[in-house]
Design a protein around this ligand. Structure first.
Ligand code: BEZ
Length: 264
């Protein structure tokens, strides 16, 4: 189902739950390292921040922990509720919770919040946790999808479009995010940058499907008469670096930032 609500009200990204299930399922299936770091325990109250369609929330709930999901996208909230999960619709910067969670968990959501909005988002997360509670998350980190971003920038610039500004994403270094966490009142146990080249589903259409699923908010700003050409040009630039010449399969140049912090 298409969603007319931007990802975190900072970019024009639209979420389509069908496309996400087909082209973005790896977001949940590649999350083992961060779910291991969370180490959910039976009976714990855990908030899954930016829970999307709830695939990972449901996996976490199987541990016996009591999960609540929250997402800003109404389409994603509906999809997650269809899994019989407790899910609220709210912005990460304005969470309706006060000291009620043992842990806040997040996978692949925090990079949708631009730098200017990070302090209010982190303060909102800090408020939601009980003192001593943990914040365990993974997001895109410094250098994430660098080739894809560079290709989009090069192709969209002649149309007068700044794809980086339109995407409104934030891919920080460990030092930068540590400082944001500490300024908010978290003690950082670990924070690491992990390159994770990610095979895309869809065979030779993999990059086109990825761009249509995760960068539609940028591509939709190209005038209709030039959108298809801009997509083909982006894919042509990426072909020598991200496509396997033998199989035609694509690999996206993901870099993860994974951390474990404690609310003081
Ligand atoms: C990420 O998980 O790093 C990501 C996903 C979609 C767009 C941009 C980044």
């Amino acid at each position: 189902m298409p969603d007319s609500t931007p990802a975190a009200s900072h970019s024009a990204q639209l979420w389509n739950t069908t496309a996400y299930a087909a082209n973005g399922r790896f977001v949940a299936t590649l999350a083992t390292a961060v779910t291991d770091l969370l180490n959910p325990q039976p009976g714990e109250q855990i908030l899954d921040l930016g829970c999307g369609d709830g695939a990972l929330t449901a996996q976490l709930a199987a541990s016996g922990a009591i999960l609540r999901g929250v997402d800003v996208s109404p389409a994603m909230v509906s999809a997650a509720r269809a899994r019989s999960l407790q899910v609220d619709q709210a912005s990460i910067s304005d969470l309706p919770y006060y000291q009620q969670f043992d842990a806040v968990f997040s996978n692949a959501a925090l990079h949708w919040i631009p730098l200017a909005a990070q302090p209010s988002a982190l303060a909102s997360i800090h408020r939601a946790l009980r003192p001593g509670g943990r914040f365990v998350a993974e997001m895109g980190g410094q250098g994430n999808i660098a080739a894809i971003r560079t290709a989009l920038s090069a192709v969209l610039a002649p149309h007068g479009l700044d794809s980086e500004a339109l995407a409104a994403s934030f891919f920080p270094s460990p030092a930068h995010y540590r400082s944001l966490l500490e300024t908010t009142g978290f003690t950082v146990h670990s924070i690491n940058l992990i390159p994770r080249p990610t095979p895309l589903p869809g065979g030779s259409d993999g990059m086109s499907l990825w761009l249509e699923t995760f960068r539609n908010g940028v591509l939709d700003r190209v005038p209709d008469a030039h959108r298809a050409e801009a997509l083909s040009q982006t894919i042509a630039l990426l072909k020598p670096v991200l496509q396997d010449p033998l199989t035609g399969d694509w690999t996206a140049d993901y870099v993860r930032l994974r951390f474990h912090a404690i609310r003081s």
